[in-house]
Design a protein around this ligand. Structure first.
Ligand SMILES: [Zn+2]
Length: 90
């Protein structure tokens, strides 16, 4: 299920793919996920990221964004689940 698209990198600000499986949204380098997935992230993880940014701690920020990415991988949107189970191994 690796259908990763390589976006243009290096111009118009760095863009990265959203870590959520089945989501091909774009995020900026300081964002943990795309905007629509960010809305689904639990409040405690979001506030962890916000306080990490406020403290400007790189380790805190990367730890928080890894926790968020992990949550998104464990909790993909319903659409992504349907896609994965519906299409089989493709
Ligand atoms: Zn997303």
């Amino acid at each position: 299920m690796t259908r990763r698209r390589s976006f243009d990198r290096g111009r118009a600000g760095q863009r990265y793919e959203c870590p959520t499986p089945g989501c091909f949204g774009e995020r900026l380098h300081w964002q943990a996920s795309c905007r629509s997935c960010w809305k689904r992230v639990p409040a405690d993880l979001r506030s962890r990221m916000e306080s990490a940014r406020a403290a400007k701690g790189r380790h805190l920020i990367s730890g928080a964004s890894m926790a968020i990415a992990g949550w998104l991988v464990a909790n993909p949107p319903a659409v992504a689940i349907a896609r994965i189970t519906g299409e089989g191994a493709r």
